[in-house]
Design a protein around this ligand. Structure first.
Ligand code: SAH
Length: 264
């Protein structure tokens, strides 16, 4: 895994590395080693500043953050950057929030590298779905409540045509990524599919960071809560009976390290 010195005349390797959900302690050892050794880190907006601060002095940090309405760098340009740096002999640590292969477009980047003959290594990360559920103490599966879990992308593109029937309901947990802007459509879609309006929902905002919040409501109140609580990205929406855990009372976790406080 050791990164080579530059200008060795060989093509570099692209490391697609999961940075986890935010808390630097949730990096894998392999990810931490790569971040500390890297000369070039190409990172998303979701990678926390604490993790970027682990890079060694003089490392080149390139942000390719994307926003919903403002693409700082299009995916093709990111793929080209990774390939061209590797072909120039540089190892590249491509740092992505969560896990690189869970809604991270890691598959496309790996493919672009393979087509160009560039070696790729994928280093898994703790997906925000897992980091958030742990931090909020919401078990995604539970013998009494859920034995099926689905991860779904809730962003606008193609949402209305997607068949979500059967993804949520009794015995199931639905985890929605990128669903804030479409919360009203998501609610409508699920209720049209037969979900009752009182199914428990938890929104986990900025999971595993000091600014984390956990908000809860019945499904029918989701869009209103997103608006009234001004929930900001990144946030996950968990739908199903487990979302009422840990103890079936409505609570807000204002911070991972803070005390549980009852929500008014
Ligand atoms: N590869 C990432 C997902 C990237 S898609 C992973 O495995 O987690 C981006 C979405 O992930 C965000 O819109 C949000 O829904 C979710 N997300 C990422 N980090 C998060 C965090 N710290 N808290 C809550 N949601 C997060």
């Amino acid at each position: 895994m050791n990164l080579r010195p530059p200008s060795s005349g060989q093509t570099g390797t692209v490391y697609l590395v999961g940075a986890g959900p935010g808390d630097p302690d949730l990096l894998t050892l392999r990810a931490a080693r790569l971040v500390m050794q890297a000369r070039l880190i190409v990172h998303d907006g979701l990678v926390s500043p604490e993790i970027l601060a682990m890079a060694k002095p003089g490392a080149r940090l390139v942000s390719v953050a994307k926003a919903r309405s403002r693409h700082t760098m299009a995916q093709d340009a990111i793929n080209d950057l990774l390939v061209s740096e590797a072909l120039a002999g540089n190892d590249v640590v491509r740092l992505k929030g969560g896990d690189p292969f869970v809604f991270g477009r890691g598959g496309e980047e790996a493919e672009a590298c393979r087509i160009a003959g560039v070696a790729v290594e994928v280093v898994p990360g703790i997906s925000s779905a897992l980091g958030a559920s742990a931090a909020a103490q919401i078990p995604l599966t539970h013998r009494d409540h859920a034995s099926i879990v689905s991860f779904v992308a809730g962003q606008c593109k193609g949402l209305s045509e997607q068949d979500w029937s059967g993804l949520a309901g009794k015995g199931r947990t639905l985890v929605i990524f990128m669903g804030l802007a479409t919360a009203a459509q998501i609610t409508e879609k699920l209720i049209a599919d037969g979900l009752t309006p009182d199914v428990p929902v938890a929104i986990i905002e900025k999971a595993t960071t000091p600014a984390m919040r956990v908000l809860r409501c019945p499904l029918a109140g989701l869009a209103d809560l997103v608006e009234s609580a001004r929930v900001a990205s990144p946030a996950l929406i968990v739908i199903g009976d487990v979302a009422a855990q840990p103890d079936n009372t409505i609570r807000t976790l204002s911070s991972q390290w803070g005390a549980l406080e009852a929500e008014q």
